[in-house]
Design a protein around this ligand. Structure first.
Ligand SMILES: [Fe+2]
Ligand SMILES: [Fe+2]
Length: 262
């Protein structure tokens, strides 16, 4: 069983980078499941139904989100109506959408859980307690579980990795848009990385045009941000497994956009 997980898709440029590379990545890694964090896909913040439909139509099995989930009002109903798009499970129950789903290919059932960190993030409920509840609800219904821990603090993500080691197939961190060098399989068999990175313009500041981001940092004045178009890359990981709820390996995938596609 192989999962391709792709880090935060940023803007149209990120989406085009992803869609341009998906055929060759699919050929190279033969993933059974493709899971994509797309919380920045709509102009750099949030997602729209049209973009979600486009990702699903191109072979994405599950979309995960994060702190920018509710930026575009038109996604609210879509989140309730579509099983395979997830906002963090530890948001308030009253907020639109849901935080986990199960997808099945060739008799293999993958559960996916979206989580938000609590440190420096605005999630209504605790990530650690809610992931336990989500896993309990999936018990007996899945062969593998992938958890997207969308969080700012490295400590909280490392903690989540240890909390879930041996209980899920993979815990992948997202949100910081910068890949970390700690991808590994933990001792009890869970693939882990603190941050997968982003799929978008590496020439900006985590997705924003660098001159605008720098102006805001230097002047301390409010600046309207735009998505950079400079040097798009795809950041992802490939997780392989030969045993239920255990990973054999986790490998970083860092690919420049295919010429002419982004
Ligand atoms: Fe993001
Ligand atoms: Fe985020």
């Amino acid at each position: 069983m192989t999962i391709l997980f792709v880090g935060d898709v940023v803007g149209g440029i990120g989406k085009r980078t992803l869609l341009g590379l998906l055929p060759s990545l699919s050929e190279r890694f033969e993933p059974q499941f493709i899971v994509v964090n797309a919380e920045n896909a709509a102009g750099g913040i949030g997602i729209t139904p049209k973009i979600a439909d486009d990702l699903f139509a191109n072979g994405v099995d599950v979309i995960t989100l994060g702190n920018h989930t509710y930026r575009h009002r038109e996604i609210y109903e879509y989140l309730d109506a579509h099983e395979r798009i997830l906002r963090p499970a530890n948001f308030l129950r009253s907020q639109p959408g849901h935080g986990s789903c199960v997808v099945e290919h060739e008799g293999v059932r993958l559960g996916v859980v979206s989580l938000s960190g609590n440190l420096f993030m605005n999630a209504g409920r605790p990530a650690f307690a809610e992931v336990d509840a989500a896993l309990h609800a999936m018990k007996g219904k899945v062969d593998h579980v992938l958890v997207d821990m969308h969080a700012e603090a490295t400590s909280e993500k490392v903690g989540m990795g240890w909390h879930l080691d041996g209980r899920v197939t993979a815990v992948v961190g997202t949100h910081t848009h910068v890949p970390t060098a700690d991808a590994r399989v933990l001792p009890e068999g869970t693939a882990y990385i603190t941050d997968v990175g982003m799929t978008g313009p590496r020439g900006g500041v985590i997705g924003v045009k660098r001159e605008l981001a720098l102006e805001a940092m230097v002047t301390k004045m409010p600046i309207k941000f735009e998505t950079s178009a400079d040097d798009p890359w795809l950041n992802g990981v490939v997780i392989r497994s030969s045993e239920n709820m255990r990973a054999d390996s986790i490998e970083l995938v860092l690919e420049p956009a295919r010429a002419g596609t982004a």
